[in-house]
Design a protein around this ligand. Structure first.
Ligand SMILES: [Zn+2]
Length: 322
């Protein structure tokens, strides 16, 4: 008995036809995806604004960050090229009151869509308890130095619920500027807000039961975080991380640390730990990092969420969490 060939000429023809249909299908998909020119050009002032912009804008935005990774943002100077980028941008996402040079560049530009984070989450004043000498001089309203602009502590992104409010306003603005992709911006915003909500819950659970509620930090960046989770921030210096504490301030810190059983002086990732180490040695305390996320080290490995979770771990250790 002879074995018949299974591939008749007719079967081969069908196979070839199916193959060519599949090929043309693939070709159609790749050519439709190749429209890169019309991305929204967004300038972000520093890391937390950049992170929001990328998460919400996704593939539809091209982001320029004015503050390079690993740079401390408070005293940022802008280059002429950066000022020009602000002028040209489709949108600027910034936080009024943190970086005076950025505030000025935005005010002087004709950028139509300036999203100010503080509009979504108004600033609160977190006075240091022993204010220091500056405040006594300032009550005439005649303030010679840099801390002008809207009064208040700018570090709102360190409270995940406030950061979520900023995310919502950025998402709404992008949807308005670029209605064709509004559904994507809304979905990305919802995803980000959901992740922030669960981060908030982790902080609530993780800090619910601790030996002390007080922590000492070199830079007064954690006032909103402390307020939201019922903690007490004792800051060595003010909102400006470079300032040196006065002797009376040092005495007040020592008293507060002792009375409240603080164990640790926190310093931040972008500023030298020298001051924190000196204070810790004087008070017989440990040091550890609490990162205010004003910039990010190794952006390929870290992001807002991984750094905040590390902050939670370090806070739990310092506060004696159970
Ligand atoms: Zn700061």
């Amino acid at each position: 008995m002879k074995i018949r060939r299974t591939s008749t000429p007719a079967a081969l023809a069908v196979t070839a036809l199916v193959g060519s249909l599949l090929l043309s299908g693939c070709g159609g998909v790749s050519s439709a995806a190749g429209k890169d020119g019309d991305k929204l050009e967004v300038v972000a002032s520093f890391y937390p604004m950049e992170f929001l912009t990328r998460q919400i804008g996704g593939e539809h935005v091209k982001v320029t960050d004015l503050t390079a990774p690993g740079v401390e943002p408070h005293d940022l100077e802008l280059t002429a090229k950066q000022v020009a980028a602000v002028q040209r941008a489709d949108a600027v996402v910034y936080l009024k009151g943190l970086q005076p040079t950025v505030d000025k560049a935005v005010a002087q530009s004709r950028v139509k869509h300036a999203v100010d984070a503080t509009a979504a989450s108004p600033l609160v004043d977190h006075h240091l308890d022993e204010g220091g000498d500056d405040e006594n001089e300032a009550h005439d309203g005649e303030h010679g130095h840099e801390h002008e602009g809207p009064a208040g502590d700018p570090h709102i992104w360190l409270d995940p619920t406030r950061y979520a409010a900023v995310a919502r306003s950025v998402g709404a603005e992008f949807a308005e500027i670029d209605p064709a992709n509004a559904a994507d911006y809304r979905r990305n915003t919802d995803d980000l807000v959901a992740r922030l909500t669960s981060l908030d819950q982790e902080f609530k659970d993780g800090l619910a039961d601790t030996g002390t509620r007080t922590f000492v930090t070199s830079h007064a960046a954690f006032g909103y975080l402390a307020d939201h989770y019922g903690l007490e921030q004792v800051a060595i210096n003010g909102v400006d991380p470079e300032a040196e504490p006065t002797p009376s301030r040092m005495a007040a810190i020592q008293r507060a640390a002792k009375e409240n059983g603080a164990t640790t002086v926190f310093f931040e990732a972008l500023v030298s730990p020298k001051l924190a180490e000196t204070v810790a040695t004087d008070l017989g305390l440990k040091t550890a990092v609490l990162d205010p996320l004003e910039g990010i080290k190794e952006p390929d490995r870290n992001d807002y969420f991984s750094v905040m979770r590390q902050n939670l771990t370090n806070l739990r250790a310092a506060l004696g969490a159970r």
